[in-house]
Design a protein around this ligand. Structure first.
Ligand code: BTN
Length: 228
């Protein structure tokens, strides 16, 4: 089921309320604007009309200890959906989808473990235009003729469900392999927490593996990594 709203607070909040009310695996909320869109690390996410704001309720069989890869897995799925539509999209670790070096979309996976666990896979994408004040962002319209929002939302809804099923059936390796081929961060010099190094891989738990100048490997799990 895909519930469509012209405007809402946050589709992730709507999806969470649906999940708490027992909504089945795959239920999704699509809004054309959000008044309280949330991004990673507690930031707000500008969500004017002209974008796609989608959240999908997922009820994983995968144990919570293996959920660390999920937001990257949804980013990989988004890249595959965009490539099918003719766009040369890539992933920027940990949760951005990029075209031509500019941010097109962001993923926010939120979860609740415990007796009735669920994950909310949220995506916000610039479709018709870039929100004001984001000079480093792009939109599908800027990169070619965009598919319609309902068409893309249905593809992403089905894709997130299928990606989770694939992780559960085949393990993380196929998703990691696709990610390694599509991740702009790998091979680049990065800085995090006053340290620098080269991003060399992504681990099974979603951590960015970085080798510093002394050859030490670090697993960077959260926080901001800056491309140098
Ligand atoms: C980021 O770039 O930091 C992640 C942004 C995620 C935004 C999406 S829009 C749909 C869903 N609802 C929200 O409030 N956030 C996510």
């Amino acid at each position: 089921m895909l519930i469509e709203k012209p405007v809402t607070g946050s589709t992730n909040d709507d999806a969470r309320a649906l999940a708490l009310g027992g909504a089945p695996h795959g239920t999704a909320v699509l809004a054309r604007a959000q008044e309280a869109g949330r991004g990673r690390a507690g930031r707000s996410f500008l969500s004017p009309v002209g974008g796609l704001y989608l959240s999908v309720v997922l009820r994983p069989i995968l144990p919570p200890a293996r959920w660390g890869i999920l937001s990257l897995a949804f980013a990989v799925e988004t890249v595959e959906a965009l490539r099918e539509a003719g766009f040369d999209a890539r992933v920027k670790w940990p949760n951005d989808v990029m075209i031509q070096g500019r941010k097109l979309a962001g993923i926010l996976a939120e979860s609740r473990a415990g007796p009735d666990p669920f994950v909310i896979a949220g995506i916000g994408m610039n479709v018709d235009r870039v929100p004001e004040g984001l000079p480093d962002a792009t939109s599908l319209a800027d990169c070619g003729a965009p598919p319609t929002v309902p068409q893309l939302a249905a593809r992403l809804q089905a894709g997130f469900v299928a990606r989770l099923a694939r992780l559960e059936k085949e393990g993380p390796e196929p998703t990691l392999a696709a990610l390694r081929g599509a991740c702009v961060t790998l091979g680049k010099k990065v800085a995090w927490e006053n340290k620098e190094g080269v991003a060399i891989d992504v681990a099974e738990d979603g951590a960015l593996v970085v080798r510093d100048d002394a050859g030490r490997r670090h697993a960077v799990l959260a926080g901001d990594v800056k491309l140098l």
